[in-house]
Design a protein around this ligand. Structure first.
Ligand code: NDP
Length: 387
């Protein structure tokens, strides 16, 4: 059996760990080409050694000397800086996992897509910021884009290609996050530790906060619209606290197809790693008798205004999703550092969107300019609020 060559962008993160866990369980099947990190050179070097990676890239170039030291004598090539990251992403491999968090992953995700291979997309912020341009690049290069987000992976599995014109709506499920039943007063006082304590999933800090504000579900709404080509009003959100049904597709005849599984990212990642076949994953088998019941409720747009912000940004199109994403990244980072309150995240995003008028981006460079401007606007608001 010939092995599949694999690169993992964002190897030191939560999705990176799950991907490498699967690869490590079947080492004859995969060959690791490139691994990347932002600053965690210790972990990057350790993973590079363990998986005998051909190349290791640290995005923060100042840390390249340390990475070189740590990899001395291993045969792994070390490189650093944003350009090196894009070069690594552009190196031909059978499969790229795009798992950098934030718009910082846009250029490397795009480089992997432009090369035309199979790209497993976890880096939702790249798609939210540059959806139409990224999807154009997929169409031009003939890349296979496989969704990693459990909801989109579920929809991908339930979407019958021959019956796309018979789809009535997509239904994205949401756990509701740690504050599903919290009052507005409780959310106002929420600490970073409480916000990242997700009831069902173990994830990186940024997406955990997004899950608590439900911004994550809003970003996923935008992601689903771009990935599958459905307008905002044909994508519904349904709160389902057990996170067993990962999403659904409803057809014109009334049939609703759902994908179910234990809440473990190794299931959707395994789906992309083996696609179009299947492979074994160590995720716990779904024991519905033990789960006992599945609950559902409508999302509360009043307590979770991020949902409406995302719907509005998707409908507005143009620069709005990139502005929303950038402002959210800044506001979430500020919340995690104790510079902003939990409810201020959506407030800041809403204010940045309201006060920025930008023309539609026609190129990735323009998306990055919009991203930078929105970040500056969010920073200014944070400073004003602190004064
Ligand atoms: P983590 O924070 O755990 O990991 C992020 C990774 O990106 C790390 O390898 C980090 O490196 C790297 N990184 C961070 N900033 C930069 C930068 N500026 N330049 C280059 N690399 C950078 O995130 P997750 O694994 O949780 O999430 C990754 C992506 O997957 C996100 O877009 C998220 O929304 C999506 N996703 C995650 C899920 C999950 O279960 N975790 C589920 C569905 C989607 P370093 O370690 O050095 O900081």
């Amino acid at each position: 059996m010939t092995s599949r060559s694999v690169s993992v962008l964002g190897a030191t993160g939560s999705i990176g760990a799950s991907t490498l866990d699967l690869i490590g369980r079947d080492p004859d099947r995969f060959r690791v080409v490139a691994l990347s990190a932002n600053r965690d050179v210790a972990k990057l070097a350790e993973l590079s050694r363990a998986f005998r990676a051909e190349a290791a890239v640290v995005a923060d170039e100042a840390l390249l000397p340390e990475l070189k030291d740590r990899l001395a004598g291993t045969g792994t090539r070390a490189s650093g800086g944003p350009l090196a990251l894009v070069e690594a992403a552009a190196t031909p491999v059978d499969y790229t996992m795009a798992a950098i968090v934030g718009c910082a992953g846009l250029q490397s995700t795009l480089a992997a897509v432009a090369r035309g291979g199979t790209v497993a997309l976890a880096n939702k912020e790249a798609l939210v910021s540059a959806g139409p341009l990224l999807m154009d690049a997929v169409a031009r290069s003939g890349a296979t884009l496989l969704p990693v987000d459990s909801e989109h992976n579920a929809i991908f599995q339930c979407l019958e290609t021959r019956n796309r014109d018979q789809v009535r709506r997509l239904v994205l499920t949401a756990s509701g996050g740690p504050f599903r039943a919290a009052s507005t007063a409780e959310m106002r006082a929420a600490t970073p530790a409480a916000a990242v304590a997700h009831p069902n999933w173990s994830m990186g800090a940024k997406i955990s906060v997004d899950s608590a504000t439900l911004m994550n579900k809003g970003l996923e709404l935008i992601e689903a619209s771009y990935l599958f080509g459905f307008p905002e009003d044909r994508i519904d959100i349904l709160v389902h606290p057990q996170s067993v049904i990962h999403s659904m597709v409803e057809y014109a005849d009334g049939s609703t197809l759902a994908q179910l599984g234990s809440p473990d990212m190794r299931t959707p990642i395994a789906h992309t790693l083996a696609w179009p076949r299947r492979m074994a994953s160590p995720s716990a088998p779904l024991d519905l008798a033990r789960v006992g019941r599945l609950d559902f409720e409508a999302p509360d747009d009043e307590r979770f205004p991020a949902l409406r912000l995302c719907r509005d940004a998707l409908r507005a199109g143009g620069a709005a999703p990139a502005v929303l994403n950038a402002a959210n990244e800044v506001a979430v980072a500020a919340f995690l550092r104790g510079r902003a309150g939990f409810l201020e995240i959506a407030e800041i995003v809403g204010q940045v969107i309201e006060h920025m008028t930008l023309s539609d981006p026609a190129t990735i460079a323009e998306v990055l300019t919009i991203d930078a401007e929105a970040r500056r606007a969010a920073e200014r608001l944070l400073t004003d609020r602190a004064a």
